[in-house]
Design a protein around this ligand. Structure first.
Ligand code: ASP
Length: 447
């Protein structure tokens, strides 16, 4: 018997109608035995996710403000599901405990996690599956640092004996029982951890789109869908802004080569996108997998004549960032320059200290900051069939009259990062995509 771990996102479990669809999907394949659930998401575009309501409720409670109205709204979201599915499940005890915590010791992560905690119990009751609380098997240390080794062992011990289970996504706990959450969208990570722990054959991630698109449909008109891509490509695309899967969800399954299948709960007949270690040998695919990116970036440029001769100049630069715990996106080194691409919010929060320390330690000839930039990522298997891909892509951007601030080209497969002004971001993505469609949309046989 195969084992499929299925994760259902917030929109897939937003109301009773969606719960019914989930049951239909699970009934269609008995191998779908382990389910990871998110909190109820948006039912319609203007709706509010339960997790956001929980955070709002916590904020009010911790500021000593009235929070009963929001708490009642949260409760009614769950009660509606229970009533419509005619389940014998009482929220009474759970909500009086939440209220007690809010009164006595409001805790953000505890509160944030209650959406998954309750939704998973309701789903388990509806399906007749065992509820598994990740408080006991997704392990963090007291500082909130995730412990992957321990989690793998405890999750395996918890799940392997069960015929079927619903695991709450998004959170775990430390040894003292304090709740810790992953970053937003983190139920994807829980799903991946479960698949890894029990050596699943497949990790299905059910959401509200039929897989990954080659570009953002808000920017590019009707982009093509991606049927197959590698873990590496997905990691770059999702880190750079493609929002189909949490970027940290790839690592656990990729360790064991378990494929991920992105599926649509509202269209289960669609095959979705398969994410694999290596593309199957007999498949044809487009040479460019996707183009994505993010805004809100800046480049810190440090210039000093003879930098390249000065051993360790870039190492010192990176050490300054490390010492201050400042994460950066890219480090580009030239003959006499080191350029650090960094998120504007991170940079602005550390601006004064950082610039001061660079001046003192490195005594640069020039220290400049370019702000309001965006970074565009283009990934694919260009060398297979799209010759001179980088040249053609760069040409497309410059032909559109857009100035390029930075270019970072990895070796091997096409993994190109291009920095342009934020206000030209969409134009640049469109120019790149249409160039790809002209030259690089041809399909090649993967060998
Ligand atoms: N409910 C959480 C969020 O809205 C986690 C998740 O859905 O994966 O971010």
């Amino acid at each position: 018997m195969r084992t499929i771990v299925t994760k259902f996102g917030g929109t897939s479990l937003a109301d009773a109608g969606q719960f019914r669809k989930v049951k239909g999907i699970l009934d269609a394949d008995p191998d779908r035995r382990i389910v990871v659930a998110s909190a109820p998401g948006k039912r319609f575009p203007e709706d509010i996710k339960v997790t956001d309501l929980l955070i709002k409720c916590y904020m009010k409670a911790s500021a000593g403000q009235e929070y009963q109205e929001i708490l009642a709204e949260i409760r009614s979201r769950f009660q509606e599901i229970i009533d419509e599915l005619e389940l014998d499940f009482s929220l009474e005890e759970h909500f009086s405990y939440i209220q007690q915590v809010l009164e006595e010791r409001p805790n953000r992560e505890f509160m944030e996690s209650r959406g998954e905690y309750l939704n998973s119990q309701i789903l388990a009751a509806y399906l007749g599956f065992t509820f598994v609380d990740p408080e006991w098997c997704v392990c963090f240390d007291e500082n909130g640092v995730f412990d992957s080794e321990l989690t793998s062992r405890t999750l395996a011990a918890a799940l392997k004996p069960l015929k079927s289970a619903v695991v709450a996504g998004f959170y775990g706990a430390d040894r003292r029982g304090s709740i810790h959450t992953f970053s937003r969208g983190g139920s994807d990570i829980t799903g991946s951890l479960c698949a890894q722990a029990i050596d699943a054959d497949l990790y299905e991630n059910w959401t509200d789109v039929s897989g990954l698109l080659a570009a953002d449909p808000r920017i590019v008109e009707r982009p093509r869908s991606v049927d197959y891509l590698t873990y590496r490509e997905l990691r770059t695309l999702s880190y750079m802004g493609a929002s189909v899967l949490h970027s940290d969800a790839v690592l656990p399954v990729s360790k064991k080569g378990i494929p991920i299948n992105i599926r649509n709960t509202n269209h289960p007949e669609d095959a979705g996108t398969m994410i694999v270690k290596k593309l199957p040998a007999d498949r044809e695919r487009a040479v460019i997998t996707g183009v994505t990116g993010k805004t809100g970036m800046c480049v810190l440029q440090v210039e000093k004549v003879m930098v390249s001769d000065e051993a360790g100049f870039s190492a010192v630069m990176l050490d300054i960032l490390k010492q201050r715990g400042i994460p950066f996106e890219q480090c580009l080194t030239g003959i006499d320059t080191v350029s650090i691409v960094i998120g504007s919010d991170v940079f602005n929060a550390n601006k004064v200290v950082l610039l001061d320390e660079i001046r003192r330690t490195l005594k640069p000839d020039l220290l400049s900051v370019k702000e309001n930039l965006s970074m565009i990522a283009v990934v694919g298997e260009a060398e297979n069939g799209y010759k001179n891909a980088t040249v053609k892509i760069v040409q497309a951007v410059t032909d559109a009259g857009i100035e390029i601030s930075t270019i970072n080209q990895g070796a091997g497969e096409l993994n190109l990062l291009i920095g342009v002004a934020e206000d030209r971001y969409q134009d640049a993505v469109q120019a790149i995509y249409s160039s790809i469609s002209k030259h690089g949309n041809s399909r090649v046989r993967v060998v």
